[in-house]
Design a protein around this ligand. Structure first.
Ligand code: UDP
Length: 361
C-alpha cells in the first residue's frame, strides 16, 4: 500500500472545466488508487469537487492557464497563489506520505522537487508551451529519471526530454458511459471553447453539410466564441454548456460522430475515448493524441489537419463505421483498470529506484 498525496491543477477548481481533461484524469486515477486500497489525499483549489473522493481545499488565487501565453512569457505567480499554498500544505504534510503526485503544468512544482525529501511524480498534461517550463521540466527529467509521465508519445515528442517520459495514456470509468446504437442526425464537438481547439473548423463543416452540431464545453474565451457566431451566422449549431459526465454522455451518445479539430498537438484528448465509450465514432485531425487513439476506418477517421474539406468528406462516410467497434475499443484499451495498472507501476518504479538510491548512499 502506498500513501499518496495528489496535487491538482491550480488553474481552476476540479469540476469547473477550467483545467480541461486533466480534471477527469485526476478523478479517474484517484478513484482507481482508492479502489486498490492505497491511502490517498487530494489537494485542490477551493470549490473543487470529485465523485466519492474527499478533497483538501486550498485558498488562493488561481494560476493563469499557460496555453494563453507566449513561448517566451516569464513565469508568473499571482499574490496569495493557490499553487504556492498547495505546496506549502504538501511540505507541512510530507511526513505522512510516500509519494507526491503533481498534476500541475506549472514551473513551481518542478523547481521545488530537489527541496523535498520525498519523491515527486510529475504528470504533464499538455505538450511543450513555454521556454521556461521546458527548461525546468528538462532538469527534473534528467535529475530524477522515471519521474515524469505524459499521456502520449506525440505529446512527449514536443519536449526536449521526450525520450525520458513514461507514457501513461488515459482511461475512463466505462460504467458511466452508455452505448447508443441508433444515433440522431447530429454531430458533436466537445472541449474548452478556446482558440487552440479550433471549434471554427467543426462549425464550418456543419455549415457546409447542414448537419446540426451540438457543442459542449467550458466557455473559456467568450470573444472567440462570439467571433465564430458572427463568422457563421447560419450554421446549424447549438451550445449546450458545460455538463457533468453523466449528463454529457446522455447527449453525446446520441450523436453520429464526434469532431476533433485541435490546432495544437493535443496531448491526448479525453473526449475521444468518452465518445468511443458511447459508441460514437471520432473524426479527428491526424496529429497528436487523437491520431494515436482513433483506428482510421474502424473507429472513426483521421483526416488532414486543418482541412475542413477533409472533415466534410469523412462526415459523408460516417455510416461505414460500426459503433460496436468503437465501444469495444474503449473497453479493451481505455478501462480504469488499465489506467490504474499503468499509474500504479509508474508509482512503484519511482519508489523502487528511490529506495535503491537510499541504500547506495
Ligand atoms: N467536458 C465535460 N463536460 C462538457 C465538455 C467537456 O466534462 O460539457 C470535459 C471532458 O470530459 C474532458 C474535458 O472536458 O475530460 C476536455 O478534455 P480534453 O482532454 O479533451 O482536452 P483539454 O481540455 O485537456 O485540452
Amino acid at each position: 500500500m502506498l500513501r499518496l498525496l495528489f496535487l491538482s491543477t491550480p488553474v481552476g477548481p476540479l469540476g469547473s472545466g477550467q483545467g480541461g481533461g486533466v480534471e477527469l484524469t485526476v478523478q479517474n486515477v484517484a478513484q482507481e488508487m482508492v479502489r486498490r486500497r492505497h491511502e490517498l489525499e487530494v489537494v485542490a483549489p477551493v470549490g473543487s469537487r470529485l465523485t466519492n473522493i474527499p478533497i483538501r481545499e486550498i485558498e488562493g488565487n488561481l494560476q493563469i492557464a499557460v496555453q494563453t501565453q507566449e513561448r517566451n512569457t516569464p513565469i508568473c505567480l499571482p499574490a496569495n497563489s493557490v499553487l504556492g499554498n498547495m505546496w506549502t500544505y504538501a511540505r507541512q504534510r510530507r511526513s505522512h506520505y510516500d509519494l507526491i503526485v503533481n498534476f500541475a503544468f506549472d514551473w513551481l512544482p518542478f523547481y521545488l522537487t530537489p527541496f523535498f525529501d520525498l519523491p515527486i511524480a510529475h504528470f504533464i498534461s499538455m505538450g511543450s508551451m513555454t521556454i521556461a517550463l521546458d527548461q525546468i521540466m528538462t532538469q527534473v527529467a534528467q535529475q530524477y529519471p522515471g519521474t515524469v509521465g505524459v499521456y502520449t508519445r506525440p505529446q512527449a515528442g514536443t519536449f526536449p526530454f521526450g525520450d525520458c517520459c513514461n507514457i501513461l495514456g488515459s482511461g475512463i470509468d466505462l460504467s458511466l458511459y452508455e452505448f447508443c446504437a441508433e444515433p440522431e442526425q447530429s454531430l458533436a464537438w466537445l472541449g474548452r471553447i478556446a482558440p487552440e481547439k479550433a471549434l471554427e473548423d467543426a462549425v464550418a463543416a456543419a455549415d457546409i453539410t447542414g448537419i446540426p452540431l451540438k457543442i459542449f464545453g467550458k466557455m473559456q474565451e467568450r470573444d472567440y466564441w462570439d467571433k465564430i457566431c458572427r463568422d457563421f451566422p447560419a450554421a446549424p449549431i447549438e451550445y449546450a454548456g458545460f455538463l457533468p459526465t453523466r449528463e454529457l454522455q446522455q447527449q453525446l451518445r446520441q450523436c453520429r460522430a464526434l469532431l476533433m479539430t485541435p490546432r495544437w498537438v493535443e496531448a491526448f484528448g479525453n473526449v475521444a475515448i468518452e465518445a468511443l465509450a458511447c459508441g460514437v465514432p471520432v473524426i479527428a485531425y491526424r496529429r497528436g493524441g487523437p491520431a494515436e487513439i482513433v483506428r482510421d476506418g474502424e473507429t472513426g477517421f483521421l483526416v488532414e489537419p486543418n482541412s475542413v474539406t477533409a472533415l466534410v468528406e469523412a462526415i459523408k462516410r460516417i455510416d461505414e463505421i460500426n459503433r460496436d467497434s468503437c465501444r469495444q475499443q474503449a473497453e479493451t484499451e481505455y478501462s480504469l483498470e488499465a489506467l490504474g495498472d499503468r499509474f500504479e507501476s509508474w508509482f512503484m518504479d519511482i519508489m523502487r529506484s528511490r529506495n535503491e538510491k537510499v541504500l547506495h548512499l
